[in-house]
Design a protein around this ligand. Sequence first.
Ligand SMILES: [Zn+2]
Length: 270
Amino acid sequence: MVGALRSHRRGLWFKSRYAHFLKNIFSMDLKDEIRKLVELQKVDTELYTLSFKKEAEIPQRLDALKKEFEGKKKAFELSLENAKQLQLKKKEKELNLATKEDAIKKSQGQLFQLKTNKEYQAKLTEIASLKADASLLEEEVLKVLDEIENTDKKSKEEKNAFAEEEKKHKESESGLTSRIGEIEAKLKSLEEKKVILSKDIDKNILAKYEKLIKTRSGLAVSPVNVDTENCGACHMRITAQKINEIKMYSELVLCENCVRILYIPEDFSL
Ligand SMILES: [Zn+2]
């Protein structure tokens, strides 16, 4: 007896839930729900595009700019290092030359202290050899001085060019960074708009839409081109029969290929 009562109650509960469900289905204007989805899709498309810019496109450009600038900086630093090495080379050659000149003076001073002609001749030969070395070193010093002169001129140009590059780089970088700030503000206002639009949409339909948005690259509803009879998102052919089904707006019609919710833009005067 108790069991029968329970089953009766369960039956009543089911009937009431089912009636509620049917009431929901029939009281809901599916065409209007799809119109709201299309509006929401516009916001989501903008959200998707801007998020992509913020998360991928701009960081990639910033990265590329950074790499390009680092390459230029490295080349500039290398040229500074070359100029520094030339100065060291000059100092080294000048020091060698001074040492040779000291040796020549010393040997010339010794000439008068020598007793024999043989020693005298030997000293003269030594002085001649030292002078030949000194003359070679002088040539080398002059060569390095020439190199330094050329490098100095080039270095000045490079320094100016690099300062210009650095300025341009900073401007591009700060331009992109402020663009991220602008996008963030826009994303915030779009998110707010999305919340407002979503509140007005049937929960089950919205859940389906959100699932598609996440799995279909930010595009959940797709317009059908009635002239060419294809899906606006994947371009798959949509049969005339299917177009009629969509036009009835009695249930959600999905593209058989990309599984997006289909609609006819003309039905919404879009
Ligand atoms: Zn499709």
